[in-house]
Write a protein that binds this ligand. Structure first.
Ligand code: BTN
Length: 251
């Protein structure tokens, strides 16, 4: 198992986030679930929680998230955050992680990281809001090395295909400080200034797409608020529901 770069990350991030802590646990149900439990109990200190193994990892849309110890990086970052406009937050997170890890990593709306049309990483963002306070939990799972077949129709991608020396610890060390900086930047400016950088990695741009709620159309990129733009015979349609998933149609 990796030696985790907890101290280095703490030294980098503490000047930006007062009270920041880094925790590495051998096992927990889900790093997102744990940080959401803490947030609801009023524990709002900025925390990076890494789990070597999750027994009940969660993905978007109620799906499970599986990862083998050592072969995947699973962590969540919890911090107080109150952006003026939340739209596009998950895209901003995906963009930051992709840019930190490799120039060739693509982004699949709303917040998956893809490599050669296969999923490399997923992001689950949750928020606990109480009065004026809002705590955001950003959970990220990255495949580092190929895992045994998981029953998925397309086998996932893994970071070591692009970065042969990749390890969970090295990936975490690369991405944490830029992620914190990106989140703080998002509070100030929202998604709009990131639109062009997102477009440069958008794997759905120009492709024929179908959505889980039965729509089809050509991907036209994302709007200034991070909504997916779909060209349909009747005109352009914006999709911004977190409940919708989207796929390129088979070539
Ligand atoms: C998705 O692609 O559906 C999102 C996957 C998010 C998985 C990460 S792993 C760390 C954190 N803890 C969880 O239970 N989920 C997120």
């Amino acid at each position: 198992m990796d030696r985790w770069p907890a101290e280095t990350i703490w030294e980098q991030v503490s000047p930006l986030l007062s009270g920041f802590t880094v925790e590495v646990l051998p096992e927990i149900d889900s790093t997102n679930s744990e940080l959401m439990r803490r947030a609801r109990a009023g524990q709002t200190a900025p925390t990076l929680l890494v789990a070597e193994r999750q027994t009940a990892g969660r993905g978007r849309l109620g799906r499970p998230w599986q990862g083998q110890p050592g072969d995947s990086l699973t962590f969540s970052l919890s911090l107080p955050l109150r952006p003026r406009d939340w739209s596009g937050l998950s895209l901003a997170v995906g963009l930051s992680v992709a840019e930190s890890l490799h120039p060739a990593i693509g982004l699949k709306w709303p917040n998956d990281l893809w490599w050669q049309d296969r999923k490399l990483a997923g992001i689950l963002i949750e928020a606990a809001t109480s009065g004026p306070h809002s705590q955001v939990v950003v959970g990220i799972g990255i495949n580092i090395r190929p895992c045994p077949a998981t029953g998925l129709s397309t086998p996932p991608a893994s970071l070591c295909e692009l970065w042969p020396q990749a390890s969970a610890g090295a990936a975490l060390a690369r991405l944490t400080l830029p992620l914190v900086t990106a989140l703080q930047g998002f509070v100030m400016t929202g998604f709009a200034p990131l639109q062009q950088r997102y477009a440069a990695r958008d794997v759905l741009l120009g492709r024929e797409l179908s959505t889980s709620d039965g729509q089809t159309g050509q991907g036209l990129g994302v709007s200034v608020t991070g909504a997916l733009r779909l060209r349909q015979p009747a005109g352009e349609r914006l999709i911004d529901s977190a409940e919708v998933s989207v796929r390129p149609q088979c070539p």
